[in-house]
Design a binder for this molecule. Structure first.
Ligand code: CMP
Length: 136
């Protein structure tokens, strides 16, 4: 049975700054995630705050919003079999120090803040996050 899903991925400012866009996109492609839309944008702090509002009660929220709006990012729609789970698996743990070998965050992440990529954590959030960046 086919289980084609779409998920949202963001290449964060630390990775864009280090010219890692093509390397990270290649990892998605090698793992059967098709990049069906992609754009490089620079969002405002208010937009970052809206995007990350699920984290608004967290102590790191303000820094997180400052960070995501600190420089260009690449937002992508990834599509493939079980895309939400596959993307989270290849990203690795949030904290690069704890990420599994050969995951994007292990290979490229600098810290828990500068962890190179974001990926939707559920199908429901994937739909909301895709809508946020691509449907308005
Ligand atoms: P991301 O997947 O983009 O979702 C929220 C982000 O908050 C997360 O990646 C981290 O970069 C960042 N963050 C900063 N501090 C923490 C923390 N203590 N726990 C979880 N996420 C954190």
């Amino acid at each position: 049975m086919s289980n084609t899903e779409q998920t949202l991925s963001i290449i964060k400012p630390d990775a864009v700054e280090r010219n890692l866009i093509d390397e990270i996109k290649n990892i998605f492609i090698q793992n059967n995630l098709n990049i069906i839309d992609s754009k490089k944008i620079h969002i405002s702090k208010d937009e970052a705050a809206e995007f990350y509002k699920v984290h608004q009660s967290k102590p790191f929220y303000n820094d997180l919003c400052n960070y995501l709006s600190s420089g260009p990012i690449v937002v992508m729609i990834l599509e493939g079999e079980g895309a939400v789970f596959v993307n989270r698996k290849i990203m690795g743990s949030t904290d690069p120090k704890k990420a599994e070998d050969n995951t994007i965050r292990k290979l490229y992440g600098i810290s828990i803040d500068k962890n190179s990529v974001h990926g939707s954590d559920s199908l429901e959030n994937a739909q909301k996050e895709i809508e946020f960046f691509f449907k308005n």
